[in-house]
Design a protein around this ligand. Structure first.
Ligand code: ADP
Length: 422
């Protein structure tokens, strides 16, 4: 069986988010980390495959090259349609990368136009009259105005995207979307005749995204956030609901955290408050040459095998600032990634079969260290946070990769079913 739909996501945790959306829509979905090559295997019988790239803030030519390589690989696996997943807050700069990547994907397949919609109503991202809202405010009045990498000071999507492409950009307004699938298809045809290449659509509710998905089913390239991906997924006939993947339930359980986001810090506090074993990894000591990993592994060996353990570099904003001031941001990040990657590898070697990882960059370091290129997406523990089924040299691994800010405060204990384990 071949793929029905392929997807490139412009960052790692965006990949997890969109993969979970396809799965919610009833598609058996694989998630692939980084640009795949001829040797990258897909789990059997997938309907959808998401290639998670790091192309949001890289130079546009690199983002284009990686996205095209992913598109070719997805075509090769049988996908007739490729979804380009970007952030629901349209994170980009005046040079890209949303415009250049979408244009390259369209050029590669000779498609005249594409549909965009970054709305994600469950997360408060809606588009009305072409303006992107974050909850009750325009994007440009939201905290995203001060984003450290991509400050978003305009909310008008036609204007934002026009700055990133030489082609014509236009809008399908909410009044048209409310009239249904045929009305949107007619509007797309009219825009194509008028020479428009990028059509932005309004969407305020999930139903709007279902209408857009059905109208966009025949387009070779569609773009937006996880919401439109789910709408598109619903438009594909499936063999029925995807059954839960059989995930390992035996073997030890562990959490590795490198995110310093407020939500991850709450999740760590909740885990500790439940009386479960947790160890803070001293990044400055590791940088100074102390055997922090050796000590962590000795600590791990001394814990009860029946309880999940947590090892975290994650720390308070104050300590994070102090460590970054001492080591520099890049060196601090390299230390954390090296430490957590090596610990992950040792834990799986010594019998961990359920592993939860907190942090986008941290997840990248852990999957790389474990040599995991592709996973099958399973049930979500929280919105956008699915369990996945990975295969390692030691056999099956239940792996959860979460973006720092995702998941409820009790995610770690709930996902690892602590009551049963304890
Ligand atoms: P998120 O998803 O919250 O952004 P990431 O894993 O992507 O999480 O990023 C967390 C960042 O914080 C990484 O760059 C990591 O290196 C850094 N970090 C984590 N713990 C520490 C620490 N104790 N000292 C310095 N930097 C740290």
């Amino acid at each position: 069986m071949t793929l029905r739909i392929g997807c490139t996501a412009d960052d790692f945790t965006g990949g997890t988010d969109v993969a979970a959306a396809f799965r919610r829509a009833g598609l058996r979905t694989a998630l692939v980390f980084g640009v795949p090559d001829a040797g990258t295997a897909l789990p059997a019988d997938c309907d959808a495959a998401v290639v998670a790239l790091k192309s949001r803030s890289t130079p546009a030519d690199e983002a284009v090259a990686d996205s095209l390589a992913a598109q070719r690989w997805l075509w090769d696996k049988g996908a007739a349609q490729v979804y380009f997943k970007y952030c629901s807050t349209f994170d980009s700069t005046p040079r890209g990368n949303i415009g250049p990547v979408t244009d390259a994907l369209l050029d590669a397949c000779g498609a005249p136009l594409t549909l965009h919609c970054p709305a994600s109503p469950p997360n408060g991202r809606t588009v009305y009259q072409g303006h992107l809202f974050v909850h009750d405010r325009l994007l440009s009045d939201s905290p995203l105005r001060h984003h450290p990498l991509n400050p978003m000071t305009d909310s008008a999507l036609v204007r934002l995207l026009s700055a990133q492409t030489p082609h014509r950009v236009a809008l399908i307004d909410w009044q048209t979307v409310r009239r249904g699938v045929e009305a949107v298809r007619d509007a797309l045809t009219a825009h194509q005749r008028a020479g428009t290449r990028h059509v932005i659509a309004d969407a305020v509710t999930d139903e709007d995204l279902t209408v857009l998905g059905a109208a966009a089913l025949e387009l070779p390239v569609v773009a937006g956030a996880a919401g439109l991906a789910e709408g598109l997924g619903h438009a594909y006939p499936t063999a029925g609901p995807v059954t839960a993947e059989p995930l390992p339930h035996t073997g030890r359980a562990a959490v590795l955290a490198g995110s310093c986001s407020a939500r991850t810090l709450e999740q760590i506090a909740h885990f500790r408050a439940a009386g479960l074993p947790a160890l803070h990894l001293d990044v400055l000591a590791a940088a100074a040459g102390h055997d922090v990993m050796g000590e962590a592994l000795a600590w791990y060996d001394a814990q009860s095998p029946d309880l999940p353990v947590l090892l975290h570099a994650s720390t308070s904003p104050e300590e994070l600032a102090a460590v970054q001031a001492r080591l520099g941001v890049n060196e601090a990040a390299a230390q954390v990634e090296q430490l957590l990657g090596a610990i992950a590898s040792h834990l799986v070697d010594s019998g961990v079969r359920r592993l939860l990882v907190a942090g986008g960059e941290t997840s990248g370091a852990v999957t790389t260290a474990l040599g995991i290129r592709a996973v099958l997406v399973g049930d979500e523990a929280d919105p956008g946070v699915p369990w996945t089924h990975a295969t390692t040299k030691h056999g099956d691994l239940a792996l959860m990769l979460k973006s720092g800010n995702f998941g409820a405060p009790d995610l770690f204990t709930r996902a690892l079913d602590v009551h049963e384990a304890a």
